[in-house]
Design a protein around this ligand. Structure first.
Ligand SMILES: Nc1ncnc2c1ncn2[C@@H]1O[C@H](COP(=O)(O)OP(=O)(O)O)[C@@H](O)[C@H]1O
Ligand SMILES: [Mg+2]
Length: 286
């Protein structure tokens, strides 16, 4: 799959840069790879013996109970943890060890990741600002992205004036406006009501389908993991490890409202659930 050039010279979402893609030296390898990786915080083993490879443009969902190391994986990939917590194995992002502030990486959290003193527009453009995109260009692009996530007319609203769903829309606009190759999403919809969550899942799918970046999407919700993902990795805690890696062979584009009627979807749900249960039987989940 072709990769996206990451410069801000042409920030139109959905525009691919084939010429640069062909010269991208990392285009052949996995976007993210963990090889027999273990991370420890002192005596606490966050996870161990995790081997996982995510292809460019792949949407990987990760499920597993609290404490199995999901957030730690994303934090490490985002360069937020010191290298020395990786006590075994190797973790690479686009073929290299993670670094903080990597422009190829976008990170979206569950809640309250907006700056309260900035408007929706100010928040949507923040990532681009941090990366030195000139003011007019980032303003225009942030405005476009807010429109894309359904927030035209709310540019000047502050986070406290927006519902939680709207705040997550702003966070989506900010994350997608960076045009990063790799998006790390840590339970971004975990705190939303079912209806809003569904709308935001559909929005994420349509943004992602316009221009497929690599996504690692963490969720507690098995239905969400299957509906969105190309694969679902199931983890177990104490110590954190991978129990299963299940290919989601549902055709795309997916119409999330239709999935309930799809037999294959229910088979996959059972499969993911059975894998999670294995952790339960092994005494890993308490
Ligand atoms: N900075 C840290 N210092 C010490 N222990 C940590 C730190 N971050 C995570 N842990 C521990 O690592 C394990 C995995 O945590 P985490 O990655 O947050 O799991 P999850 O996101 O799957 O719930 C837990 O036991 C947690 O307490
Ligand atoms: Mg977590």
């Amino acid at each position: 799959m072709l990769r996206q050039n990451n410069s801000f010279n042409n920030m139109q979402p959905g525009v691919r840069h084939g010429a640069q893609a062909l010269t991208d030296p990392t285009a052949q390898g996995p976007a993210v790879s963990l090889t027999r990786a273990a991370i420890r915080f002192g005596d606490v083993v966050a996870f161990q013996d995790v081997t996982l490879s995510v292809a460019p443009g792949e949407f990987l969902s990760v499920v597993g109970p609290s404490g199995c190391g999901k957030t730690t994986i994303l934090n490490f990939l985002a360069g937020l943890l010191p290298q020395n917590v990786l006590t075994e194995g190797e973790i690479n992002i686009l073929g290299k060890p993670p670094i903080i502030g990597n422009p190829n990486v976008g990170y979206m959290l569950a809640r309250d990741s907006l700056l309260p003193w900035r408007t929706a527009l100010g928040n949507a453009e923040f990532g681009m600002e941090a990366r030195g995109v000139p003011k007019k260009m980032r303003r225009d692009h942030a405005r476009e992205m807010l429109a894309r996530v359904g927030l035209s007319g709310f540019e000047n609203s502050y986070p406290k004036e927006l519902s939680h769903g709207m705040r997550q829309r702003v966070a989506l606009a900010r994350t997608f406006s960076l045009d990063a190759e790799i998006l790390l999403m840590d339970e971004p919809y975990g705190a939303l009501d079912a209806q809003t969550k569904f709308q935001l899942e559909e929005l994420l799918m349509s943004l992602w389908q316009e221009n497929r970046r690599t996504v690692i999407f963490i969720t507690h919700d098995l239905a969400e993991a299957i509906a969105l993902g190309d694969r679902v990795v199931v983890m177990a805690p104490r110590p954190g490890r991978v129990l299963g890696d299940i290919q989601i062979d549902l055709p795309r584009p997916r119409h999330l409202r239709e999935l309930q009627k799809n037999h294959r979807y229910h088979d996959l749900y059972r499969n993911v659930w059975t894998t999670l249960e294995k952790g339960f039987e092994m005494g890993a989940i308490r």
